[in-house]
Design a binder for this molecule. Sequence first.
Ligand SMILES: C[S@@+](CC[C@H](N)C(=O)[O-])C[C@H]1O[C@@H](n2cnc3c(N)ncnc32)[C@H](O)[C@@H]1O
Length: 387
Amino acid sequence: MIDYDKKKSVLITCARGNVPYLTQEIEQLGYAVESSHETGIEMFASLRDTEKLNLCLRTAFNVLYLLKKFACRSPNELYREVKSIDWENIISPEEYLSIVTSANTKNVKNSVFASQKTKDAVVDRITEKCGSRPDSGPDRDNIVINLYWKDDRCWIYFNTSGKKLADRSYRKLPHKAPMQETLAAAVLSASGYDGSMSFINPMCGSGTLAIEAALIASRRAPGLLRSNFGIMHLKNFDKESWYATRKEVALNTRKQLPSRIIASDIDKKAIIAAKKNAQTAGVDHLIEFHVCDFSETPLPHEKGIIIMNPEYGMRLGEEKKLGEIYKRIGDFFKQKCPGFTGYIFTGNKELSKQVGLKTSLRLIFFNAKIECRLLEYKIYEGSKDDK
Ligand SMILES: C[S@@+](CC[C@H](N)C(=O)[O-])C[C@H]1O[C@@H](n2cnc3c(N)ncnc32)[C@H](O)[C@@H]1O
């Protein structure tokens, strides 16, 4: 059995660009980050710690608990090493198993073959010890094992998340070009949003930014929205511990927000989708929705943060027409939003020049493979020199 309280190396993965926000979240939970990479961080944690990490982290993809690391120069060596792990104590023969491989080595012809060898080693060991074996395939709803093979070294992890934590299960209606939930959480963190100031999200689309803001403001852990995690499929899954952690985490939730969250879109269908998604996330009562042009979005007296994610011409819309929209966003900020901090999240550098205001900060993010920027505009009362 995996000892629930044994601290081991844990790899927490995330999207490129999200590491600083993930690090901040982990530190706020009271853990220390040992090292960071382009797409994740390493730390020491027990399986019991991974319960909280899975439930609370907003910007992470997967929480991976190290089972074994070893030198490895061939697929046969991989098979031998993987088979030496006591899988019969980790996975029940009734379970379903999926292997996720990332191979950057000359020692294997492709990652599919490495996955196959790993799967064979696991099921052969369980068959020998238990007389039957788990099913296997691509479905990540059950046991997920991650293999990293870099040059002559391998790492085998038990994936305590299972499916990516980005999949919060509230977005039933995606509408157009939706932002990934973990990216929205990272963008909010980069803007300094902590729920204490008002948050305005014109062009809200399916509502991801507003919903993530409502989750942050209500201190609701995103993992509470999900009922299935990889750790729940462990042979010695500690049900009592898991539900106690869920309960403890849920105690932080607050029902009333100190500030308003306003989301709008010109498309009625977007607002229908956003409302439905917010309802699924249990935060629809915390967001005020409006169907209107972005420039007509009602703004509260108390100042705060405005984030807009206009189309940027790669997947939707045309660059020329969009140029006019970006120019109008600049005018909206300048004329109607003094005292607020405005942000534009875009993957199109040329279009962002049309805004015509000076940025106070530019941060790089990745929306899948597209390099994007979060542009910050401090909008001062009566400022004339921001052109
Ligand atoms: C890229 S999508 C936003 C996606 C959103 N971040 C999400 O996660 O679903 C851009 C949105 O801007 C809206 N839009 C386009 N022109 C607009 C305008 N003039 N005023 C308000 N909304 C507009 C579109 O209807 C679309 O929903």
